[in-house]
Design a binder for this molecule. Sequence first.
Ligand code: OSB
Ligand code: MG
Length: 387
Amino acid sequence: MTVRYPLAIERITLHEIRLALKEPFRISSGLVHARRVALLELTDAHGITAWSECVAFDMPNYTSETIETAWLAIREWLAPRVLGREFAGPEQVHAVLAENIRGHNMAKAALEMACWGLAAEVHGVSLSKLLGGTRDRVPTGISIGIQKDPAQLVARAQLAVADGYRKIKVKIQPGQDVEYVRAVRDALGPGVGIMADANSAYTLDSADHLVELDAFDLIMLEQPLGDDDLVRHAELQRRMKTPICLDESITSVDRAEDMITLKSGRIINIKPGRVGGFTASKAIHDVCQNAGVPVWCGGMLESGIGRAYNVALASLPNFSLPGDLSPSARYWARDIVTPEWTMDSEGMVRVPLDKPGIGVTIDRDFIDTLTVRTEVLAAAGRATVTV
Ligand code: OSB
Ligand code: MG
């Protein structure tokens, strides 16, 4: 699809907000209490706006990026490449941001995805349709953080099944793994889809221990080994029956191809922030589809703005497994969009195909009350406003 007129971004406003999680979320590499979120507001030459979310965390414990590095990258290197320049369509933005700027994928993604959101707005079509989505509802899984004992985890997992979630993902780490997963499988029975995510907490020295997870008929084991390691994952996959899914390790379409070639895993979790945006996500989706590798959409504890982009992406055909797309109320007392994201009793989230753009309305007044920092970037010089 081509846009009606070239995309011309006149202004990028960065907003940093603090959004308190209803309860802290623990993964093997760290704990999140409140989400510091960088939001981007793009304004084009016609005064049309689109918002996006940068998924980087406060600390570099998931990937090397943080909200501070992303803010810096956007202000110093990325925004200047987009401001005052014309793009025939959002699919052209990725290459411009990638050229001779290594890494900073979450920063690039926030900007690139905002251009997709803006293009959808300009066209008056839903983001899902612009991307080539084929579903009007997407299945949802839950990601449950590490709990203090197996009984607590079982209680959460049972509630999640009752809510309708289609996939139960439990976070694991050394010392809180096999017994936790066993408890969940015993409690939920054989029919429920369960998986585990280690966020790179193990080395190959634990291979024999990890092979014990084969007893629980998991849909997959996500990212057991090093964040940048494909070779050892291939060795572990040879020894395990459970399919390995890679998350942190897949940072580009090349890494997805490497995973397939090396047999380092059999499933990919696509987070558009981690891979640099939608163009890269679509390329990974296509490579995996051609290779018969299923993909699903991961989550980064997004606000309702990031969720809009993930739901649109998850409507593509090869997103054949439930995504980490929990509804707003699971994370926040109040989300920053209306309507909030909801899930039906069958664990499905509706794709807002009937609305142009990202499909939800930005609650600007509420965002203003949550804002701790604002910076306006424009083609002709820049102004900084701190509140
Ligand atoms: O590995 O998928 C992950 C949260 C923080 C950091 C990494 C991960 C996660 C999740 C959260 O699993 C999923 C969600 O957004 O609900
Ligand atoms: Mg993960």
